[in-house]
Design a protein around this ligand. Structure first.
Ligand SMILES: Cc1cc2nc3c(=O)[nH]c(=O)nc-3n(C[C@H](O)[C@H](O)[C@H](O)COP(=O)(O)OP(=O)(O)OC[C@H]3O[C@@H](n4cnc5c(N)ncnc54)[C@H](O)[C@@H]3O)c2cc1C
Length: 507
């Protein structure tokens, strides 16, 4: 039988989510003559994890999340990760603002809005952690304007739904940053991919990548056209796999040696959601709490104001749930099919070494609606079950791999960070893991460029520093310069118009 003809590209990007969309634009900016193709299996782009309803829409900038500021054994707070994530989110803001300023991605208000970010400390320990976090970040330019209060009157003014009429007794405190954002990463993905097409890129929907093989210094990409059922072949010297939960299975099928020992375990997220206008109006904020003592960091609850398709909502969660699929639209057999002789040891070690996480997941999966309501009432004491519906969000595929010194290896979940895997001299790069996710897409994709094209980075650096300044750049910006460029980006994106500044005194 005659084989289908091969189409030639300079770069093929697998998956039409926020990551491929971001990388596609960066490559098109740096190498305008390159032929770039994005292949997406669904009928629309940005429909899996990047879809607004499949994530929490938080522009993670380290402003309020306890899990980025762990306490040291002496009780002091390590804020280095929050500062790093703040700088990474700045890179995203600068990247989006550069495109918005020249009209390439439409009106920014369609995908990003100012929503204050607040940290919520409960109990003496939680309050001490929050105060330590606030003190350690005070004075950093990216965290300017953050306020701290444990005064019930101030808290009721900031967060009427949470603190108006809250029973007294438990110590509580809140930090409040006016620099927070709510992002619709689905709309943003589609805008970025349209901009890529306008720059000559090719975006093919309903095109599922079924195989990757390396021949003669090129990658051959096998594709099933789900519309016509015709198999297609593309060839390119460079492939990026940004297929979300589909990444590991595709790399396994391709026999990529770097992931031979990796396993994967999917965890779904669920949220309680309301659109009752008086509730939504009483909570224009994203409030992040902390995990209960002994609980894993993924159990961090948050109550978020969201705007999706012009409609306002509140979302509370996440609650962990289980589905064996690796994508929301994946197959029930995904988990079973991911088990290979090479990754059985890591699966066994992960089950052995993550007992508290597994116990937490079992508890969550068995949780009743009454338990979910009790969790919500820690934030919204007067919450009524009839006002809130349970909705499913996206799948997080936690990647499992061995870590630690030889001889004392443990099975570890890396899904709470992001890992860039490269193979064949950097000619193939792939993104595994989920957190902090879409917010850091610009700097994560600059990292992919550095891992894939180390010899070109010096030549690309001046342009990249303008587009998405990276903390890994040979000449990184100092915090004041970065904050000045972030402020300019916020202005272009219209984020300072309704930044929620309260005018209240800092404690
Ligand atoms: C519950 C939850 C809450 C989250 N909250 C936040 C948050 O508040 N803020 C934040 O910044 N991040 C958040 N994230 C993380 C964020 O959603 C992800 O990091 C981000 O969307 C990942 O983008 P992606 O492009 O890698 O993957 P995706 O958006 O999943 O895109 C991958 C695409 O690849 C396609 N694909 C898969 N296999 C193939 C194939 N073989 N051929 C062709 N196409 C294929 C899929 O259909 C999909 O469209 C959250 C995630 C979850 C699950």
């Amino acid at each position: 039988m005659e084989r289908t003809p091969v189409e030639e590209f300079d770069a093929v990007l697998v998956g039409g989510g926020i990551m491929s969309a971001t990388l596609g634009i960066l490559l098109a900016e740096l190498e305008p003559d390159w032929r770039i193709a994005v292949l997406e299996r669904l009928p629309g782009s940005g429909q899996e994890s990047s879809n607004a309803w499949n994530n929490a829409g938080t522009g993670h900038a380290g402003l309020c999340e306890f899990n980025y500021t762990p306490r040291r054994p002496d009780g002091s707070v390590d804020v280095s990760r929050a500062v790093e994530i703040g700088a990474q989110f700045s890179a995203s803001l600068i990247f989006w603002s550069r495109l918005a300023a020249r009209g390439a991605i439409g009106s920014p208000q369609d995908f990003i809005r100012a929503v204050p970010h607040l940290g919520f400390g409960r109990g003496a320990d939680g309050v001490a952690h929050l105060r330590g976090r606030f003190e350690a970040l005070r004075g950093h330019p990216l965290f300017a304007g953050t306020e701290f209060s444990d005064d019930p009157t101030v808290l009721a003014g900031w967060l009427p739904l949470m603190f108006g009429g809250r029973p007294t007794g438990e110590p509580v405190a809140v930090t409040r940053s006016p620099r927070g954002t709510d992002v619709d990463f689905g709309v943003l993905t589609r805008r970025l991919l349209s901009a890529l097409e306008a720059q000559g890129g090719v975006v093919r929907l309903r095109h599922e990548v079924t195989s990757l093989s390396r021949t003669g210094g090129f990658w051959e990409v096998g594709v099933r056209d789900l519309g016509t059922r015709v198999p297609r072949r593309l060839r390119a010297p460079y492939v990026f796999v940004g297929a979300g939960g589909g990444t590991l299975p595709l790399l396994q099928r391709a026999g990529v040696p770097e992931v031979r020992r990796y396993g994967a375990f999917p965890i779904s997220g669920q949220f309680l959601r309301t659109s009752r206008p008086d509730l939504v109006a009483a909570h224009r904020a994203k409030v992040y709490g902390h995990a209960d003592p002994g609980a894993p960091t993924i159990s961090v609850p948050h109550l978020d104001h969201r705007t999706v398709d012009g409609q306002e909502y509140l979302m509370f969660g996440p609650f962990a749930a289980f589905s064996p699929r690796f994508l929301r639209t994946g197959r029930r057999t995904d988990l079973v099919r991911s088990v290979r002789p090479g990754n059985v040891p890591v699966l066994a070690a992960s089950a052995r070494d993550n007992r508290s996480l597994i116990a937490y997941l079992v508890r969550e999966i068995a949780a009743t609606s009454r338990a979910r309501l009790a969790a919500l009432r820690r934030f919204v004491p007067a919450a009524e079950p009839g006002d809130w519906e349970l909705v499913s969000a996206g799948q997080r595929v936690q990647v499992l791999k061995m870590s630690g010194d030889p001889g004392r290896q443990r099975g570890a979940m890396v899904g709470f960070g992001t890992e860039v895997v490269t193979s064949a001299g950097g000619s193939l790069a792939a993104l595994l893991g989920a957190s902090p996710g879409a917010s850091t897409a610009a700097s994560t994709m600059v990292g992919v460029l550095a891992a894939s094209f180390p010899d070109r980075m010096a030549g690309w650096a001046p342009q990249l520093d303008g587009l998405a300044p990276s903390t890994d750049s040979p000449a990184p910006l100092d915090p004041a310069e970065l904050a000045a460029r972030t402020d300019e980006a916020r202005r272009v994106l219209g984020l300072d118009r309704a930044d929620g500044a309260s005018g209240k005194e800092s404690a």
